[in-house]
Design a protein. Structure first.
Length: 161
């Protein structure tokens, strides 16, 4: 199963949902489930829900073979922390999917480090999913714990003052 995540942004991303519907309708043998967020496109060939509660969302992440997501850092990092291959399809301003194209830069940064694949505007989602199945990705390690420790050490210095 491929889990499609569109995050919680106030913007639609119908373009990705339509591309997934096209794949799901074909003879690809791929199955999808999607968190569609505030998109208004209604998928015809795969299960979806606007938002999943946390336990269901986590179960879909755990069960997924691949995660296809918009370029939201939280969605990408969540998938990577679970060791899932990720295809990032960034939201683009010209389609009313966001206010600017910063998600393109985010997707590019994760792809350049070897953590995920970036599927560009005219990219072939099917080919990206196929590539994702065979590609060896760099292991993502969160630095959040390290950063938290640095902040805590800094604050401890002032406790005695």
């Amino acid at each position: 199963m491929i889990f499609v995540i569109l995050g919680t942004q106030k913007f639609q991303m119908n373009r990705l949902l339509i591309a997934v519907d096209s794949l799901a309708a074909g003879d690809s043998g791929l199955s999808f489930i999607a968190q569609t967020g505030l998109s208004d496109y209604i998928p015809k060939h795969y299960a979806f829900q606007r938002f999943f509660d946390r336990p269901v969302f986590d179960r879909h992440i755990a069960d997924a073979e691949i995660i296809v997501t918009h370029g939201g850092v939280s969605s990408i990092v969540t998938a990577l922390k679970h060791g899932k291959p990720v295809v990032i399809c960034p939201r683009l301003a010209k389609y009313g999917e966001h206010v600017d194209d910063h998600q393109r830069e985010i997707a590019s940064a994760f792809a350049k480090k070897g953590f995920a694949l970036a599927c560009g505007e005219d990219g072939d989602l099917s080919a990206a999913i196929t590539q994702c199945r065979s590609q060896k990705f760099a292991k993502y390690e969160s630095r959040a714990d390290h950063l938290t420790q640095i902040i805590n050490n800094y604050l401890v210095r002032f406790e005695g003052s």
